[in-house]
Structure formats: C-alpha cells, structure tokens
Design a protein. Structure first.
Length: 84
C-alpha cells in the first residue's frame, strides 16, 4: 500500500528541499532577503493555495504544499537566528 504514495512523498521532499536550498542561496546573495520579506511571499502562497477553484491537480497541490512548508521552515529558522 505504501508504494502507491511513494511518488507523492518523493515529489514533496524534492520540492521542499529545492525551495529551502533556493531560499538559502537567495539569502546568501541578497541582503534584502529577510524572514519578514519571506512572510509577504508566504501570504501570497496561502492565497494561491486557497484559490484552487479550477483544480490544480494532485502534483501541483503537493508542490504548493511543499513550497509553503519550505517558506514556513525558513522563516522560523531565520527568526530564531535573529533572536540570538
């Protein structure tokens, strides 16, 4: 039964890891890239997630969920760093 969702889990992890790497790379090269900056983008991602009236399909839903999770992860981590 697990093998039927393996592709979905792999897709989620791939997108999540690529997004985190991309955000870390952006942060390293763009001094204006902050947790606050990412929060604005995350708000738009939440809106996109809620605006699924045409039906994106499972692959796009997985990708968007992973992207949102990556932004949430980076925001949380960056805020922790800013406090220390």
């Amino acid at each position: 039964m697990g093998e039927t969702t393996d592709w979905a889990d792999q897709q989620y992890l791939r997108v999540f890891e690529e997004e985190v790497q991309g955000l870390e790379r952006r942060r390293a090269h763009d001094p204006t890239c902050t947790a606050r900056n990412l929060e604005g983008i995350l708000n738009n991602l939440y809106i996109m997630d809620g605006n699924d009236w045409t039906g994106r399909g499972l692959v796009q839903d997985i990708s968007l969920s992973a992207t949102i999770a990556a932004y949430e992860h980076c925001i949380e981590e960056w805020k922790k760093e800013e406090k220390t």
